[in-house]
Ligand binder design. Structure first.
Ligand code: AMP
Ligand code: ZN
Ligand code: FE
Ligand code: FE
Length: 298
């Protein structure tokens, strides 16, 4: 049983995707930060689970195995126009041996590399950067993401920090290329459920990717996700604006969904600190009670 005062952080990244520390380091740092439970949620991979869970067992901290699944939503907005945007879907405790899930993750990872090559090519027209330099950053099987290009440009002295990179390589900028080979959002939700996992949308409408206060909220899109099997929202995250958090709280209450709070820790790759947002024991218990794919380690 979890104590009601347990400190629980359900979103972190290691070197298996774009975090700066190994799974062992992330879990070790979680202990140092005073956490009782840490979830490792690398982008589109389960490859860090074994090392993370072994370290957690050795150090006496709870471990929740997760994935941050990259998905693409295709929705029709209120004006009747089709819109596409990226949605990160946290998957807690799915079965890592689920063939359908793993094959989707493999496809996503391959498509991420192709996409990163395109971004790198476009950048190479204006900056002294090339794919060889980026590949060095993608050591043995880690999930390819924009931070790897940022790190290569930092090494070349073109920029000083990852944050700077995201000021000119964002959706809509001339260097950007979306992840096209990833599952559609509603499909991903159903797939995570079929694999016994619990889908929780990561940082919903973060960083201005949503209505401003007073504008209508995307009710239909959220209701479709809930119908597909969405389990909850990461309502407490540094990039989720306050008015969105309040709307998510209301939606979660109405639909009996889980609310989580997490740091989205990337080590030194991002300012986010472990434990800066937390999930309540009751909400974690709700996630665990729905999961049938993989055991929580408490
Ligand atoms: P990608 O998966 O290739 O689209 O890259 C997105 C990743 O970059 C996410 O995991 C973010 O955590 C990371 N990221 C986004 N914005 C920033 C930022 N301003 N500074 C550092 N990392 C960022
Ligand atoms: Zn990341
Ligand atoms: Fe994310
Ligand atoms: Fe993340």
């Amino acid at each position: 049983m979890l104590s009601s005062t347990a400190k629980i952080d359900l979103h972190s990244h290691s070197t298996r995707s774009d975090g700066k520390g190994s799974p062992e380091q992330v879990v070790t740092e979680a202990v140092a930060a005073g956490l009782d439970v840490i979830a490792l949620t690398d982008h589109d991979t389960t490859s860090g689970w074994a090392e993370g869970s072994e370290t957690a067992k050795r150090l006496g901290i709870g471990f929740i195995a997760g994935i941050e699944v990259t998905t693409r939503a295709s929705v029709i907005n209120d004006e009747g126009e089709g819109q596409r945007f990226s949605v990160h879907m946290l998957a807690y405790l799915p079965d890592p041996k689920n063939v359908e899930l793993q094959s989707e993750l493999t496809d996503s990872s391959e498509s991420r590399r192709v996409r990163l090559k395109k971004i790198t090519e476009r950048l190479s027209e204006d900056y002294d950067i090339d794919w060889d330099a980026v590949e060095v950053e993608l050591a043995s099987g880690k999930t390819a993401g924009r931070p790897a290009v940022a790190d290569a440009m930092i090494k070349r002295g073109i920029i000083k920090a990852r944050e700077e990179f995201f000021e000119f390589v964002f959706p809509g900028s001339k260097y950007y290329e979306p992840n096209r080979g990833v599952p559609e959002t509603y499909e991903a939700i159903r797939l995570i459920r079929r694999a016994g996992g619990v889908p929780v949308i990561a940082h919903p409408m973060a960083r201005g990717n949503g209505p401003t206060p007073g504008q209508p909220m995307p009710v239909a899109h959220f209701e479709s996700m809930i119908e597909a099997g969405l389990g909850g929202f990461e309502a407490y995250h540094r990039d989720v604006p306050e008015h969105v958090t309040q709307w998510l709280e209301k939606m979660a209450f109405e639909h009996d969904l889980v609310l989580t709070g997490s740091s989205d820790y990337h080590g030194t790759g991002k300012p986010n600190r472990l434990g800066e947002r937390l999930t309540s024991a009751a909400n974690l218990e709700k996630i665990i009670s729905q999961a049938t794919g993989f055991a929580a380690q408490l």
